[in-house]
Design a protein around this ligand. Structure first.
Ligand code: URA
Length: 245
């Protein structure tokens, strides 16, 4: 048994607050009777209609957000900073989505969101080997001699990084900085910043431009879109075929 407004929110009809308005205004019927009472409970076999139309139960949803800088990807934080959840449209929040892994507050770019816990664990669990691609603006002129170290793996804190790829995209000699593209297939805390810092080239700005096969191409900062069925299947495929031994 579940409260009617919660059921409507879970089915993706509206946020819980909007579902309460729909109920109080008499738009919702259960087994042929209009229900305006808020505590009313429904169970799976009940016929729930909104404005006479049956609702489709959408259990799992998958989105990609082009996360802006300055918002956190955890739901709460002691410094009271804005969270990604607070910038999502109500309709998406009604599915109770959460971010797949984390991006730092000052990192922008691809952030997957879902309400499918198994999917999330598969993508960010310790065995996951899915590629994440970053563009990092670093302090200093990054020497190509260090690329071999990234390819082989090197010690950062108390672990050795998995083999990764690094391409030097451009040098800005005037401002003494470089733009590097780093592709890693693990996701330890602050990993990209720590890797580049350990090499002696601290990150000034970081953007994640790809997670597996999903990019933010065509999405403005703060915009979100549903993943296509093809993207979801590809991520499932990458997660199950690529487990790191
Ligand atoms: N690595 C980092 O250091 N920060 C991020 O936000 C993502 C990867």
């Amino acid at each position: 048994m579940e409260r009617l407004q919660k059921y409507l929110a879970r089915c993706g009809v509206a946020s819980r607050r909007k579902a309460e308005v729909l109920i109080s205004e008499g738009h919702v019927s259960v087994n042929g009777t209009i229900i305006t009472e808020m505590g009313f409970k429904v169970s799976d076999g009940d016929s729930v209609l909104v404005d006479g139309k049956s609702i489709e139960v959408k259990e799992h949803v998958y989105y990609v957000l082009n996360k802006p800088r300055g918002v956190i990807s955890t739901s709460s934080d002691e410094k009271n900073r804005k969270s990604v959840i607070s910038i999502l449209p109500d309709e998406i929040n009604s599915y109770r989505v959460f971010p797949v892994g984390r991006l730092d507050c000052d990192t922008k770019g691809v952030l997957l969101l879902t309400n499918d816990g198994d999917f999330m664990n598969m993508l960010v669990g310790p065995k996951s080997n899915i590629e994440k691609e970053y563009l990092a603006r670093v302090d200093g002129i990054f020497p190509k001699e260090l690329i071999g170290k990234v390819i082989k793996g090197f010690k950062v804190d108390d672990y050795v990084t998995r083999p990764a790829k690094l391409y030097i995209e451009e040098y800005d000699k005037k401002n003494n900085s470089s733009l590097v593209r780093l592709i890693i297939n693990e996701g330890k805390n602050h990993q990209v910043k720590k890797m580049l810092d350990t090499l002696g080239y601290p990150v000034k700005r970081l953007t994640r431009i790809r997670f597996g096969s999903v990019t933010i191409d065509g999405l403005k900062e703060g915009e979100v879109r549903e993943l296509t069925v093809h993207e979801i299947k590809t991520l499932y495929g990458l997660a199950s075929s690529n487990n790191f031994k």
